[in-house]
Design a protein around this ligand. Structure first.
Ligand SMILES: C[S@@+](CC[C@H](N)C(=O)[O-])C[C@H]1O[C@@H](n2cnc3c(N)ncnc32)[C@H](O)[C@@H]1O
Length: 425
């Protein structure tokens, strides 16, 4: 099912309303949790009362609650509402398996983590399927190629000519080294020439046709498929623009990530006209994932320590701002307190005993719950970012079809949706 402007706009509208409703929660600075009393000020009263009464059990049963078995009405409603605004709930999203049945496992999996293997397996299936639609010879251009995992798979397993473009010259070098090892081990001499890579920063004015003529010394006209597996920040938008502007780029398969690095939002005219912006904190939040919490990663000590220190500092020096102190290695809050004071050129303003006494009363439960509630909104922010991109293509490239495809298992790879576009003949 392809994405239509009407449906995307309608979904964006609803998701925007939801985000606006929770704007203060999204834009807050979590380390001010105690000092600014986020618990009382930022949570709806009924929800807070329910959490106050049941906090301990909620933390104990977190796995079950986040898996959908939540006996607490207010909390259930909050989590369900947030989930309803995730990309998975978008009516026009489709699953890879719905149109491409699973094939053989990958052979060339050297030097890949299980997560990377999972991603490459699905992404390569999708990209090669797109390429198979091309009536003319096709070249894949992989933007943000990293260490060449996807591109080498397409080149050697799917026998497609590929150019990997990577801004970081060290990564590009390791991609070449890895490919050299693969060539030796797998004896892929007939496909050896399929893979090329370049250390280059992709921008929206990249001329792919010219570049690939130079790389492959080809003179006949080619079609291109522009792939990008976890194109961080603005690289995703540059890829969309290249697809839109360059008639030879017939296919696009883009999976975004690192929304915190994004400066180009919104890109659709529709959203720009709504004057809707995402704060830096909202973009940071979009990178979080409830799945990580489901896998057991509640906020670390460092967030609790930092929050508690902020409270002590502001009580003593209301006008003093915590400075960026970098990572602090410590075994307990006493050590943390002393290191922070030293870094801020302050005399420790409490004794060891006083700090022990104060921290013994600190209850981490509320901050943990607050963090979870806030994280549950992350996917709605992602929805707005991705649907804005889809709408941008629909608005500016009328002769194309756009799809939103769920490619990966979310618990393995949380940034799991691909924007897939093809130009009509
Ligand atoms: C999250 S990594 C993904 C790497 C690879 N696709 C993978 O899945 O293993 C994103 C990569 O994009 C590269 N990158 C970011 N912006 C870029 C740009 N404008 N042009 C080329 N590469 C870029 C980064 O250096 C990084 O290697």
């Amino acid at each position: 099912m392809m994405c239509t402007a009407d449906k995307v706009q309608e979904t964006l509208g609803r998701t925007l309303d939801f985000l606006k409703e929770h704007q203060n929660l999204i834009d807050c600075h979590v380390v001010d949790f105690l000092w600014n009393n986020h618990w009382e000020k930022l949570l709806p009263v009924d929800l807070r009362k329910e959490l106050d009464a049941n906090g301990g059990e909620i933390i104990e049963n977190l796995q079950s609650i986040l898996s959908g078995n939540c006996p607490y009405k207010q909390l259930r409603e909050f989590l369900t509402k947030a989930k309803n605004h995730s990309l998975a709930s978008f009516d026009q999203a489709i699953n890879l398996e719905d149109f491409l049945p699973e094939e053989q496992p990958l052979k060339v999996t050297d030097f890949m983590t299980p997560k990377k293997m999972h991603e490459v397996k699905s992404a390569s299936r999708l990209v090669s399927w797109l390429c198979s639609k091309s009536k003319s010879p096709i070249v894949v251009v992989d933007a943000g190629d990293g260490k060449g995992y996807l591109s080498s798979c397409l080149a050697f397993e799917y026998n497609l000519p590929v150019i990997g473009l990577e801004a970081n010259a060290d990564y590009q070098k390791s991609a070449e080294n890895r490919v050299a090892k693969l060539k030796k081990k797998w004896k892929i001499s007939d496909r050896e020439k399929n893979y090329k890579s370049m250390a280059i920063t992709v921008t929206s004015d990249l001329r792919i046709g010219k570049m690939s003529q130079e790389v492959f010394s080809m003179d006949d006209e080619k079609n291109f498929c522009l792939s990008g597996l976890h194109t961080c920040g603005d690289l995703a938008v540059s890829c969309l623009e290249i697809f839109i502007r360059d008639p030879h780029v017939r296919y696009l398969c883009n999976i975004g990530c690192c929304y915190n690095l994004l400066s180009r939002f919104p890109v659709s005219t529709y959203l720009a006209n709504q004057n809707f912006l995402l704060s830096d904190r909202a973009k940071m939040l979009a990178c979080q994932s409830l799945n990580r919490i489901l896998q057991g990663s509640l906020p670390k000590n460092s967030l609790h320590f930092r929050t508690f220190f902020e409270q002590l500092l502001k009580e003593k020096y209301p006008l003093k701002d915590f400075e960026q102190l970098g990572k602090i290695k410590c075994n307990n809050f006493n050590e943390y307190f002393k290191i922070c004071c030293k870094k801020m050129h302050l005399e420790p303003f409490y004794s060891d005993e006083e700090i022990c006494e104060k921290f013994s009363k600190y209850d981490r439960k509320n901050l943990d719950i607050f963090y979870i509630l806030r994280s549950s909104i992350a996917e709605a922010i992602e929805t707005v970012i991705i649907l804005d991109r889809i709408l941008f293509i629909i608005e500016t490239c009328r002769e194309s079809k756009v799809h939103l495809v769920k490619l990966f298992q979310q618990d393995i790879s949380p940034r799991c949706f691909a924007i897939v576009a093809e130009k009509l003949p």
